[in-house]
Ligand binder design. Structure first.
Ligand code: BES
Ligand code: MN
Ligand code: ZN
Length: 504
């Protein structure tokens, strides 16, 4: 069950109240002046001396402060936003985190109906429609719980209404819900244990999404991939009992302003043991998340199918399990990619770039996309560089770099560029083949050398950007609105990119 977000009803009753307030809101209420939240909240806090409540717990509205109080049997939670005097995107992140804190407080109350009070959109520099959409998405993100394998499957799915909203806000709430629900769908796929989430299950899920939302679904089997010359993909897929697959989801815009589609390509390694180059066990835990790029592409396609932008979009996801076995690739093997490049497998744990290389060749050959964005939990190096708060962005296209970086801050899922510089190229030279799938200790920079590997499979002149989400896919500390597991990273970035592509 998921939460529902809606506009304020005429009933003016609440099961609980969540209000995000600034220092000036609090101080004006202490002086008993009429102010925005006191008037908006008035019907819900009748007869309560809010100023006295704030005073009693020394709540001044600072960032990180919260104040919980039960009055007339109604839980009231106030969370502080400080002065909201930073950059607009930082103010928005302050609001997201404060709402995450408030949401977590209210969980314990089990209230059925929450009245939500947020400030006017001005400090966030957003049009009201965008603001309401952003907040709605955040509420869905904060509500995510993965309980499939808990005996106690009790979840909390309140109805949350915006105080001071009306019918005009409904389309924004709907868009925010579409995005938030798809993100939570992707997070569920990522959090699902790998004995329950292998390529066939992922493909079934994609098929189900396609059917429900009107996308075209096609699948390339492991054997077909081999016949098509996808030697790199096949070299990884063949090691597992579970057959590999390449799933393609297509959204065809009714009257596309631009002929060429956008291509989204997501790494779908349902579990990454490292293969014959087996990972040590402490590095293997959590490798169920190695399909988060593919899950992000599924979710993005689900959202795009509903938002119906005026540009066609292709989602391609190579799905495999990277296993050691008698059929698995060995170190020293040489395989041939779809575009004819001979690749030496120096390390079977660098499997993501192998499956992506053929997926990239295929999408260009078949769909001639205007721009390609791939998204992958590609390197430990990227996770080591950025930790949990930025995904790596690699592209030679300065416009793409600028736009994706800006979008990352805007949606609250940040990306930051790393240089795709030729100097690192010798790192992936091979003594026996055209290139090696593994970087080098001399050059280090594993995130960059992995991207340079991928670049060998991008046709000249094709616009392309690569997102490495190895650090941002799961287990983010200190971000109140994200739980313990998968984050759905990249989805909002991809979707916003598609929306802006149309607007231009
Ligand atoms: N899936 C991993 C990358 C990863 C590491 C994701 C940690 C999330 C957290 C990827 O397939 C991998 O194993 N990469 C190797 C490449 C190396 C062998 C060239 C890495 O980064 O160590
Ligand atoms: Mn690996
Ligand atoms: Zn991997």
């Amino acid at each position: 069950m998921s939460i529902s977000v809606s506009i304020e009803s005429s009933k003016k009753t609440a099961g609980a109240v969540l209000a995000a307030v600034t220092i000036s809101d609090v101080s004006s209420s202490l002086r008993s002046l009429p102010d925005f939240f006191a008037s908006a909240l008035a019907p819900y806090i009748k007869g309560i001396d809010v100023a006295a409540v704030f005073k009693a717990v020394n709540f001044t509205g600072k960032v990180g402060q919260s104040c919980a109080h039960v009055a007339n049997g109604i839980p009231l939670v106030f969370v502080g936003l400080g002065d909201l005097d930073k950059k607009a995107v930082e103010n928005m992140e302050t609001l997201r985190r404060a709402l995450g804190t408030g949401y977590n407080y209210l969980k314990a109350t089990d209230a059925k109906e929450i009245m939500l009070c947020v400030p006017e959109p001005k400090p966030f520099d957003l049009a009201r429609e965008v603001y309401v959409e952003q907040v709605t998405t955040l509420l869905h993100i904060a509500s995510y719980q993965y309980v499939e394998f808990k005996k106690d499957k009790k979840t909390w799915s309140p109805k949350i209404s915006f105080v001071g909203s009306d019918k005009k806000n409904l389309p924004s709430i709907e868009n925010g819900t579409i995005i938030g629900e798809a993100m939570n769908m992707a997070r569920t796929l990522s959090d699902t244990p790998p004995n329950h989430m292998y390529p066939q299950i992922m493909a079934d899920k994609a098929k189900q999404i396609a059917k429900k939302y009107g996308l075209t679904y096609t699948v390339i089997s492991q054997e077909e991939a081999r016949e098509m010359g996808m030697g790199c993909f096949y070299s990884v897929a063949k090691g597992s009992e579970h057959e590999g697959k390449i799933v393609v989801l297509e959204y065809k815009a009714a009257n596309a302003a631009k002929k060429q589609p956008i291509a989204l390509v997501g790494k779908g390694v349902c579990f990454d043991t490292g293969g014959i180059s087996l990972k040590p066990s402490n590095y293997m835990t959590g490798m169920k998340y190695d399909m988060s790029g593919a899950a992000a592409v599924f979710a993005s396609m689900q959202i795009i199918a509903q938002l119906k932008p005026n540009v066609s979009v292709i989602g391609v996801t190579p799905l495999v399990e990277n296993m050691p076995s008698g059929h698995a690739s060995k170190q020293d093997d040489v395989v041939i990619a779809m575009n004819g490049i001979n690749v030496e497998i120096e390390n079977t744990d660098a499997e993501g770039r192998l499956i992506l290389s053929d997926a990239l060749c295929h999408v260009q050959k078949k769909y001639d996309p205007a721009v390609i964005i791939d998204i992958a939990t590609l390197t430990g190096s990227c996770a080591a560089t950025f930790g949990p708060f930025f995904a790596g962005l690699m592209t030679r296209d300065e416009d793409l770099a600028k736009e994706l970086t800006e979008i990352g801050f805007f949606v609250g899922d940040k990306v930051w560029p790393l240089p795709l510089s030729d100097e690192y190229k010798p790192a992936i030279e091979s003594s026996v083949a055209d290139i090696s799938n593994s970087g080098s200790q001399t050059y280090k920079a594993g995130a960059i050398t992995a991207a340079l590997f991928l670049e060998h499979f991008i046709e000249k002149g094709r616009r392309w950007a690569h997102l490495d989400i190895a650090g941002t896919d799961s287990k983010i500390p200190g971000t109140t609105y994200l739980g313990k597991g998968a984050t759905g990273t990249g989805i909002r970035v991809l979707v916003e990119f598609v929306r802006r592509f149309v607007a231009k």
